[in-house]
Design a protein. Structure first.
Length: 294
């Protein structure tokens, strides 16, 4: 199996491209996940959301809940501490890929102190499942540089992801890592690449401190509108994440004036009538974006 440095395949020249704003009218798109105890909340309209950009409420132009095709990059931790976990993770991951649909694409990468692309995007879901199975064949060892590997994965998605698909990174790790990069720089890169970060923290039964918080990864995931789950059943957790990604709302509003290259804050919540109807609902959405340079 050939392992290629994940960051090396993405030239820095692409940073001038703009994947966030997909319209000549400069619209901001924010994907929002709305869930309650029984699962995703369906049927909401634009009147059911309140979106603030730099603390100012923005009129929503569109709100859809279409099941868009997905570009999913699976990022496996292959540091020494994960070797005892990866076989069951790969097996459950292969089963969970049954949640994908025709038109979705899957790429597979791994990381320790560096990140490596194992298999580029494929729309052949049977091949994608086979690719996940082969993760167990790679060499294990080294440290765990979580944030820098997420940053490399966002680079890859920026170059190779389809602007008409929902783009996500799912990182599978035991979260026993070392500091490798500032969270803010990683979040900026993911905002620029329009990517959602989700994480599965997998511990073996022999591990203690199962509920150890993934502080860096949690912060990055939250700011992109993603989630991190302590997964005693990785396959079921994986499937649920994919279901929730599919059922997200896409909210559009006109981009306010802003200095190119600067970050703007975004906050999404339900309107008061929607909160009364769904008092236990929780909303996940990215916390900001970068004003495009062009």
């Amino acid at each position: 199996m050939r392992r290629i440095l994940l960051a090396a395949v993405v030239p820095l020249a692409i940073l001038a491209q703009d994947p966030v704003f997909r319209s000549n009218v400069a619209l901001v798109r924010v994907d929002a996940q709305v869930t309650q105890a029984l699962g995703s909340v369906a049927g909401l309209q634009k009147e059911d959301f309140v979106v603030k950009d730099n603390d100012r409420v923005q009129p929503l132009l569109y709100c859809t809940q279409d099941e868009e095709a997905l570009d999913l990059l699976l990022l496996f931790d292959v540091s020494g501490s994960m070797q005892r976990n990866v076989r069951r993770v790969a097996a459950s991951g292969r089963v969970a890929l049954g949640e994908l649909r025709p038109g979705d694409r899957v790429a597979v990468a791994d990381f320790n102190t560096d990140s490596f692309l194992l298999f580029p995007f494929t729309a052949d879901l049977a091949q994608a499942a086979s690719n996940v199975d082969r993760v167990v064949d790679v060499p294990f060892g080294g440290g765990t540089h979580i944030l820098s590997s997420i940053n490399d994965a966002a680079f890859y998605l920026k170059k190779n992801g389809d602007a008409h698909r929902r783009r996500a990174i799912l990182i599978i790790t035991d979260n026993e890592g070392q500091s490798s990069m500032r969270e803010k720089a990683v979040v900026d890169r993911m905002w620029e690449s329009d990517v959602v970060l989700c994480g599965l923290i997998v511990k073996s039964h022999a591990d203690s401190d199962f509920h150890m918080a993934a502080e860096d990864m949690l912060g990055a995931a939250e700011k992109t509108g993603g989630e991190v789950v302590n997964a005693s059943d990785p396959g079921q957790s994986f499937r649920e994440m994919l279901r929730r990604l599919r059922k997200r709302y896409s909210l559009y509003y006109q981009m306010p004036a802003g200095k190119p290259g600067t970050a703007r804050r975004v906050a999404v919540e339900l309107s008061l009538p929607a909160k009364r109807k769904f008092p236990e609902a929780q909303v996940l959405a990215r916390k900001g974006y970068l004003v495009p340079k062009s």
